[in-house]
Write a protein that binds this ligand. Sequence first.
Ligand SMILES: Cc1ncc(COP(=O)(O)O)c(CN[C@@H](CCCC(=O)O)C(=O)O)c1O
Length: 401
Amino acid sequence: PLAFDLDGTLSRRAQSMTASAIREILKITQQPDVISFAGGLPAPELFPLDEVRAASQRVLDVYGPAALQYSTTEGHAPLREWIGAQAGIPARNVQIVTGSQQGLDLLGKVLIDEGDVVLVEAPTYLGALQSFQPYLPRYVQVPTDDGGIDVDALEEVLKTTRAKLLYAVPNFQNPTGRTLSAERRRRLVELTAQHGVVLIEDDPYGQLRFTGEAAPSLYSLGLELHGDADRNHVIYSSSFSKTLVPGLRDAWVQAAAPIIGKLIQAKQGADLHTPTFNQMIITELVQDVLPRQIERVRQAYGERARLMLDRIHADFPAGVQTTTPEGGMFLWLTLPEGVDTQALLPRAVERKVAYVPGSPFYALGGGENTMRLSYSNATPEQITRGVRALGDTLREALAEA
Ligand SMILES: Cc1ncc(COP(=O)(O)O)c(CN[C@@H](CCCC(=O)O)C(=O)O)c1O
């Protein structure tokens, strides 16, 4: 039989793909005695387990077999209606997706042609880079500072670069924890509108503010600018993963009808529809469980963030800079030049603590001396112990640098 060169059969898209650093590290952190500051996992001990159990039973009682049958690609109508009502837009501008990660993949599929310029923050969510990569974009990094996207620098970039879309995480950004000011949001929406650049606002953490004042979403500013949902150049993506539970893989996209129409066709080819049963359970929870759950999570993450920052200031060697999040799950460390956080990870894991090295969050490389810490999936006791272990690891590395 002919020896079949399987590697040779891989498409150029497939050859462009790489593994997710977060997903790969999750395997390391499965070791029970490792304290993980790596994956942006919600605190499992806060999951509304009893409410999900009761909701699941109610769904089966009310819908019977229909809860386990194929359902529409658009998504469970009552859930789309509820999301639309929250956003002040028609349900037909809302598409349910199987995790906002699928939303990013489908948006890449319907918006990006090979060679299109995709503007991303430096650093940005590596999962977005992973979703967009197979559509073979040309990434251009938008300069950022401690206030997030530098809109003056963006204006300069847009004068010389013809871009297809800009991907932004304005609230409690992944990986830095930074939040874009109201003023910069207005400029960002206006600039992208002027230059015909689609603006993707990825906002899974927007509800998880634990200090400071909320700023309007880019999507709502786009609605004001354009007058209605079908002329909005801003696409909004969010999820129930961080406010309820991630394992049911329920999320949504808000966009103008032409884009929603193509997302539906792309989703038909991807998974037909988001699991019927999961959507119905989430729909049962959004009315009364969701508001209570958001409060619980905000409270817990605010405490854990403050504790982690206190312990960093107490136990870390000098020369380490950290961001100060107002919400969400992450903070971002910048270490002295010369420290390689990728090389350092095995030594941290030996001391039973894990983090995500920063360089995979840069579309065009760099950031070797940075790392992302998540405080959401560690108890206060683990945060205290893990930060001390990480401080010892860094001190050792700096003594050698
Ligand atoms: C900005 C942003 N956009 C989309 C997602 C994906 O969330 P979904 O659960 O798919 O709704 C995420 C979730 N990212 C987490 C979770 C990844 C979990 C994992 O890969 O296991 C992280 O950065 O660690 C995100 O931060």
